[in-house]
Design a protein around this ligand. Structure first.
Ligand SMILES: Nc1ncnc2c1ncn2[C@@H]1O[C@H](COP(=O)(O)OP(=O)(O)OP(=O)(O)O)[C@@H](O)[C@H]1O
Length: 264
């Protein structure tokens, strides 16, 4: 029977950083196979939420389950869990003195004992999946920003993780490269049967491929629903965020606001 349980289950989560509460009372389920957009203004805590999924940051209270288990604290169990999570971080993190193929091979070399010829075959398959098989032997400096992002995506896919996490996948990309990357995220999600969580403030590029949208602001979830419900929302806070307006219910300095709210 197919596993229909959520791939991520967050329950009444509170996350503190630097002695300050960044997020409180976050409850969220991510169904298998879906694409979830986590949106919110800068500094609202999107990356902080991701760090709880990857076990980098422990909950102050509440629970986080990923791939059917509570995110472990013990290092060995955490490393094992992370093999099931492909992460594409802001910036590509490609090693500049390695070719595209060598970059994609890194996780396979590190985490498997596969023979080099098989690793090469798998690497070429991953590069093919992102449309860059021909660039296997190119160095990152020889690639455009969009191509480098796709190589980083191939590397994140190297171990066939069921869950993909994208942290601002469009940063620094022009509109055409952004379209290519988002299209790829959607196609890979559907063809490989993945689940994708995309953290971004690129609302208009991301909503078209998302099944579900979550907006984080003022320390909590202020919207959770379909992209069309988000776009139709008349909530002033949501409208302010969607329209990128500086004045409104989202304080311009939301971080400063939160710290004052904590003290109050
Ligand atoms: N390591 C840290 N120590 C202390 N505070 C931190 C740390 N990392 C982030 N913060 C604070 O937590 C809050 C949320 O930051 P976070 O990076 O999660 O926001 P974000 O929504 O991802 O922002 P952006 O869109 O700009 O990346 C901010 O006020 C930030 O200053």
């Amino acid at each position: 029977m197919p596993d229909t349980s959520p791939i991520v289950r967050i329950d009444h989560l509170r996350l503190d950083r630097g002695g300050r509460t960044v997020l409180r009372d976050i409850t969220l389920s991510v169904p298998r196979g879906s694409i979830v957009a986590v949106l919110g203004p800068s500094g609202s805590g999107k990356s902080t939420l991701l760090s709880a999924l990857t076990g980098e940051l422990a909950p102050t209270s509440g629970t986080v389950e990923v791939l059917g288990q509570p995110v472990p604290r013990a290092q060995r169990a955490l490393l094992e869990l992370r093999k099931g999570i492909g992460v594409l971080l802001q910036g590509n993190g490609l090693l500049t003195d390695l070719t595209a193929a060598e970059n994609v091979a890194l996780p396979l070399r590190m985490h498997t004992r596969l023979p080099p010829a098989l690793i090469r075959r798998l690497v070429l398959m991953k590069l093919h999946a992102v449309g860059l098989r021909a660039a296997a032997d190119a160095y990152p400096r020889e690639l455009s920003g969009g191509m480098a992002r796709r190589v980083a995506l191939a590397r994140a896919l190297a171990l066939d993780p069921p869950l993909m996490i994208y942290d601002e996948p469009l940063t620094g990309l022009d509109p055409i490269a952004s379209g290519v990357v988002m299209d790829l995220v959607k196609r890979l999600n559907d063809s490989l049967g993945l689940t994708s969580i995309i953290v971004t403030h690129h609302v208009h590029e991301t909503l078209p491929i998302a099944d579900h949208a979550v907006v984080i602001a003022n320390g909590g979830i202020v919207f959770s629903g379909t992209p069309s419900a988000l776009e139709a929302s008349t909530d002033p806070l949501i409208r302010q965020f969607l329209n990128g307006e500086p004045d409104g219910p989202i304080p311009f300095e939301s971080a400063a606001f939160n710290s004052r709210a904590e003290v109050a």
